[in-house]
Design a protein around this ligand. Structure first.
Ligand SMILES: NC(=O)c1ccc[n+]([C@@H]2O[C@H](COP(=O)([O-])OP(=O)(O)OC[C@H]3O[C@@H](n4cnc5c(N)ncnc54)[C@H](OP(=O)(O)O)[C@@H]3O)[C@@H](O)[C@H]2O)c1
Length: 287
């Protein structure tokens, strides 16, 4: 059953069109180089339209994996494909595992606090998820390789890609947790002080320190770097011709790179040049 005729799941013509348009997403992110307004996270602003951070992240990021799963279970039937090969499900699994963590586990269960999000970046992230998931799901649910023979190629590169994907995800989770620990530690300290002096708890909302562990010793956005490694591995699994995985990686880089540079300016302004030291924004020793 189609939710939106010829779009969910997409017809081949519509999928081709969407993938073509999606390749031009870096043009949209050019605005991030011109405008410093980015009302979420560290640079969130006061607005009565703001969405609470945890709910914002859960809703804007969940749409991607749900769309992908829906297409995985409907498009093959429409195309008369009885069973998709293991590698198609492996790629779907990579995508779903990442977004179960990013959209549900991280904001709703692990993060001590998250800054509010203005509806404009929320809508941008929601649209990113819709475009990206249809692009990837179309490829792995029938318009890309759909038989074991289609995958007959360099299985070593695909297996290495899976390992790179897993290492990237673990690195992303580890560095996310280094940031969480800053707020957990602040919370413990406040509780201790409150116990001893009877002071009321302030809460850990918007408590920031310079993270020190892991790759944070070299770059301020180590979690972003690991996410790039993760999706580079995903592209390796799909192979050089997997244009949706390539577009995903390039589109992430095009939006996260200016955000990391803006973040570095924010750290320098808040903590001073000396405290930031030789740390780069995202690539150790380079940028
Ligand atoms: N932003 C993007 O464009 C984008 C795109 C794709 C994937 N992602 C992935 O999504 C995840 C979150 O991205 P993000 O842009 O929200 O990252 P972020 O700005 O670094 O924030 C991540 C979390 O850590 C907290 N935090 C950040 N810096 C901190 C510090 N110095 N001290 C204490 N707590 C700190 C934030 O709290 P506050 O919310 O209160 O600031 C937030 O809860 C990352 O793993 C990233 O790879 C992001």
């Amino acid at each position: 059953m189609a939710i939106i005729e010829n779009w969910l799941p997409p017809s081949r013509e519509n999928w081709n069109l969407l993938c073509t348009v999606w390749q031009y997403f870096p043009l949209v992110t050019a605005i991030q180089w011109l405008v410093d307004w980015y009302p979420m996270g560290k640079t969130s602003t006061e607005s009565r339209f703001n969405i609470p951070g945890k709910i914002g992240w859960a809703t804007m990021e969940s749409v991607g994996f749900m769309t992908l799963l829906y297409i995985m279970f409907t498009l093959p039937k429409e195309l008369g494909i009885k069973e998709l090969p293991w590698w198609n499900w492996a790629m779907a699994g990579c995508f779903v595992i990442h977004y179960l963590y990013r959209a549900l586990i991280s904001p709703l269960f692990l993060n001590p606090s998250m800054s509010p999000i203005h509806p404009i970046p929320w809508l941008g992230a929601f649209a990113f998820q819709v475009f990206n998931s249809i692009s990837i799901a179309g490829w792995i649910a029938g318009y890309g390789p759909s038989t074991a023979d289609d995958w007959a190629g360099n299985h070593w590169a695909m297996k290495i890609g899976l390992v790179v994907w897993a290492l990237g995800l673990l690195g992303n989770m580890f560095h996310d947790d280094v940031l969480r620990e800053i707020r957990r530690a602040a919370d413990r300290k406040q509780r201790e002080e409150a116990k001893q002096s009877g002071k009321p708890l302030d809460g850990v909302h918007k408590v920031y320190l310079i993270p020190e562990r892991g790759l944070f010793r070299h770059v301020l956005f180590a979690h972003y770097l690991c996410e790039w490694v993760e999706w580079a591995g995903f592209w390796m699994v799909g192979g050089w011709n997997c244009h949706p995985a390539r577009a995903f990686l390039l589109n992430e880089v095009s939006t996260m790179y200016p955000r990391a540079l803006q973040g570095k300016r924010w750290y320098v302004k808040k903590f001073g040049k000396e405290m930031v030291g030789g740390r780069k924004a995202i690539i150790p020793g380079l940028i």
